[in-house]
Design a protein around this ligand. Structure first.
Ligand SMILES: NC(=O)c1ccc[n+]([C@@H]2O[C@H](COP(=O)([O-])OP(=O)(O)OC[C@H]3O[C@@H](n4cnc5c(N)ncnc54)[C@H](O)[C@@H]3O)[C@@H](O)[C@H]2O)c1
Length: 320
């Protein structure tokens, strides 16, 4: 199985605040002779929340490149369905499906032990399980606990269970944590989910920094930030058809895999409604609230709406 040949250094793109830099950054886990050492046939991919949506699509796409799959979910029916789909691609002996609750460390540790007992290594560790029940700032306390238990402690549990083993193994590995644009630009509507995904951004940045400062460590971390993707989570209200603005889970996963292959840390994924330049500017505006002392979430503040719209219009015109 051969993968596209990629350079092992990348040039950061221009931002609305400065021109493109000539400085390059190295991809610490770069392809060798066109073959990526992590996203590679015969190696092991671990995916949580693989019983549906993005997790299932990731399992299928990684099986297509010949990876063995260790998949986990609390939803046993969904998990078994993914296991069936993946086994049809890669063969049953190359699939481990373990009902797992990522919010419980013991459950995650059992999952890890099964993988290392059978295969002795992990190449891709994808922290994807997530939930989004609503919790506003002074309502829905139970949901706040549930969301943080899964979206934040689920990731922390997996990191605590697997990272020591990843560091001890000889083969390189990558950790892909699933964040959200809602954890960066913080749109009003679900404070609990937004706060949990802001925590995932923060803890993944910390992880990447810690990993790159370990001499000779060959484990990288990546923050996967899906765009609007049609899945169980977003189509859960019984919508049978993908809305035009959303991407399919497969589109989102393929985009993400291309970027992590290139060594990108922030994988900000577009969709049919939001192109990359728009995301870039929204992120800049959110950071500008802090840097320029505007009110919180000024993008949605009645006195700043016109200014935000003008900023988007002018900056997009300049970028085109
Ligand atoms: N769909 C989108 O537009 C979108 C956008 C941004 C981020 N995300 C993130 O992508 C990830 C995948 O979401 P999706 O859209 O595919 O949703 P989904 O509901 O289709 O899939 C999430 C999966 O996680 C599983 N899960 C929930 N709690 C779990 C637990 N305690 N232990 C193990 N598994 C558990 C669910 O059973 C489900 O199978 C989530 O982290 C979500 O926050 C999705």
């Amino acid at each position: 199985m051969s993968l596209p040949i990629l350079s092992n250094s990348r040039q950061p793109s221009a931002s609305p605040l400065r021109p493109a830099s000539t400085r390059t950054f190295d991809n610490p886990i770069a392809p060798v002779d066109g073959v990526h050492p992590v996203l590679h046939e015969g190696r092991v991919a671990v995916i949580t929340g693989a019983g549906s949506g993005i997790g299932r699509a990731a399992a299928v796409e990684l099986a297509k490149i010949g990876m063995k799959l260790a998949i986990a979910d609390v939803n046993e029916a969904g998990l078994q369905q993914t296991a069936k789909e993946v086994a049809a691609i890669i063969g049953e002996p190359n699939v481990i499906a373990v009902p797992t609750d990522v919010s419980k460390f013991e459950s995650v540790a059992e999952f890890r032990d099964k993988i290392y007992d059978k295969w002795g290594e992990v190449a891709v560790l994808m922290n994807n399980a997530g939930i989004g029940p609503r919790g506003s700032s002074w309502d829905g306390l139970d949901n706040w606990h549930k969301v943080f238990d899964v979206n934040v402690f689920g990731v922390v549990n997996v990191q605590q269970a697997f990272v020591p083993s990843l560091l001890a193994q000889e083969n390189p590995a990558m950790i892909i944590n699933t964040g959200s644009k809602q954890g960066i630009t913080n749109p009003p509507g679900n404070a609990a989910y937004n706060a949990s995904k802001a925590a995932v951004k923060s803890l993944t940045e910390g992880l990447a920094h810690e990993l790159r400062n370990i001499p000779h460590a060959n484990v990288t971390a990546h923050l996967f930030i899906p765009g609007w993707t049609f899945t169980g989570m977003t189509g859960g209200g019984g919508i049978a058809e993908k809305p035009a603005g959303a991407w399919t889970a497969q589109e989102t996963v393929l985009y993400m895999l291309d970027k992590v292959r290139e060594g990108q840390f922030y994988v900000l994924v577009p969709d049919n409604e939001t192109r990359p330049q728009v995301d870039q500017l929204r992120v800049m505006w959110a950071a500008g609230d802090v840097a320029e002392g505007r009110p919180a979430l000024s993008r949605w503040h009645k006195d700043y709406k016109a200014l935000f719209e003008e900023y988007m219009r002018d900056a997009l015109a300049q970028m085109e």
